[in-house]
Write a protein that binds this ligand. Structure first.
Ligand SMILES: NC(=O)c1ccc[n+]([C@@H]2O[C@H](COP(=O)([O-])OP(=O)(O)OC[C@H]3O[C@@H](n4cnc5c(N)ncnc54)[C@H](O)[C@@H]3O)[C@@H](O)[C@H]2O)c1
Length: 399
């Protein structure tokens, strides 16, 4: 008989979920848990941040009521389910505590060591970290077997994907419990290995990196590359529009962190163009200027709508993305299905990259990568061994 999930059973009794850090991510995660019927304790050392988070959550619930997505009664119930505190000790009754504080290993260690003293031995502990390893955070705990990564995307209330990342020390039963719990919160869950960037932040790198490289080579300008990816590729946003939306500071830092964490594998090499934009303060939408100048939209360059050029750009970026997805399967980061789910739900790709490879044929993808590799002689274009094998055997990633 299938084991009953402790959280699902406890949800009926409004079991408590703790969230530490009431910033962008913590507030969103707290709202998601409260909307799923849990009592939630949201803590932060900064009382103003707690007030701000409360106001943001209540505003967001108000909008859901206005749109008819939830009733006023439901909204009141969610509001009553949320408790705000500056005291870590208030997490003592929680079954799960998710940490979403500043991305700093030493500070996370301090918080988890205190937290471990405050909670029951059965309480599962998790971090929402984007770039630190789960092993490195969990190492500070007396019992790291109850620790894992639960990585939500921004905004947590809207983004349907959650990556669940067990560390080397995590007990198997906790992975299953958390998978079931987060699925019950109406999220799509993918389980992945504790490797840099997890799935999405690793596999998506060529979407930005190769677009920047194409620009740097002078093959096309920002607008033309964006046009190729949206109009020919069917992506919702072009790479430069997306980098401006994310912020060049954030996007560059993720690339630099992933590059360093992969022992400087040239596949992940950051771009000077993006670094210079960041250094100049051209961070994107938030500073009104990034790759595009939003202060003067009349100045935004029109794309060169040359279909042949657009197709070359799109195919070059796509085959690199597929190669990265194949590498993640090859290195057992996650299953092919999980990787496709992650890229469609986490970054809204129009198709799963591996289903796309199946549709185009691995031999077609391989041929293009080999042409790039022969032309440039650079490791960033080196075809993955799994892709070679798939092409040789004419097999498919998604069965
Ligand atoms: N912002 C994103 O897009 C995003 C996406 C996924 C994951 N993450 C990860 O989530 C975590 C939080 O990111 P964020 O963007 O929400 O940060 P944020 O800066 O918006 O919020 C961090 C909050 O933590 C609080 N804090 C700092 N030290 C604390 C402590 N010792 N105890 C309690 N509270 C403390 C701060 O007061 C602040 O309110 C990071 O690990 C980040 O890598 C961020």
């Amino acid at each position: 008989m299938k084991k009953e999930n402790r959280f699902l059973m406890e949800t009926k009794f409004k079991e408590i979920i703790g969230v530490i850090g009431a910033g962008t991510m913590g507030a969103g995660i707290a709202q998601v848990a409260a909307q799923s019927g849990h009592r939630v304790v949201l803590s932060d050392t900064n009382p103003q941040q707690l007030q701000f988070a409360q106001a943001q959550i209540e505003k967001s619930l108000g909008r859901l009521v206005e749109k008819g997505k939830i009733t006023t009664e439901k909204s009141n119930e969610i509001v009553n389910n949320l408790n705000y505190t500056t005291q870590l000790s208030e997490h003592s009754e929680a079954s799960l505590v998710i940490e979403a504080i500043v991305e700093n290993l030493a500070i996370k260690h301090q918080v988890f060591q205190q937290l471990e003293q405050a909670v029951s031995p059965k309480c599962i502990l998790a971090s929402n970290t984007s770039s630190l390893s789960i092993a490195s955070i969990g190492a500070c705990l007396a019992d790291p077997s109850r620790f894992l990564g639960i990585h939500f995307f921004n905004p947590a209330t809207l983004m349907p994907l959650v990556e669940v990342i067990p560390g080397v020390a995590t007990a198997v039963q906790h992975i299953e419990q958390i998978e079931q719990l987060i699925t019950a919160w109406n999220k799509s869950v993918v389980v992945c290995k504790d490797t840099p960037g997890f799935i999405v932040n690793r596999v998506a790198r060529p979407f930005y990196g190769e677009a920047l490289r194409i620009y740097e080579e002078g093959m096309a300008d920002f607008a033309t590359i964006d046009w190729a990816m949206t109009h020919i590729g069917g992506f919702r946003m072009g790479p430069f529009t997306l980098m401006d939306f994310i912020g060049n500071d954030i996007n560059y830092t993720v690339t630099e962190t992933v590059f360093a964490a992969f022992y400087f594998d040239p596949r992940f090499k950051p771009s000077f163009t993006q670094k210079r934009h960041m250094e100049a303060g051209f961070l994107g939408k938030k500073t009104n200027r990034g790759f595009y100048n939003y202060a003067d939209p009349s100045n935004i360059q029109a794309p060169t709508e040359d279909y042949e050029l657009g197709k070359q750009i799109f195919e070059r970026i796509l085959v690199l993305l597929i190669n990265e997805a194949a590498d993640a399967v090859f290195m057992q980061v996650a299953s092919a299905q999980a990787i496709d789910l992650a890229m469609t739900k986490g970054v809204n790709y129009p198709k799963g990259l591996l289903a796309w490879a199946d549709e185009l044929g691995s031999d077609w993808v391989l041929e293009r990568l080999e042409m790039l590799f022969a032309e440039y002689g650079e490791d960033r274009y080196r075809p993955n061994p799994l892709l070679r094998k798939m092409a040789r055997n004419q097999s498919k990633f998604i069965l």
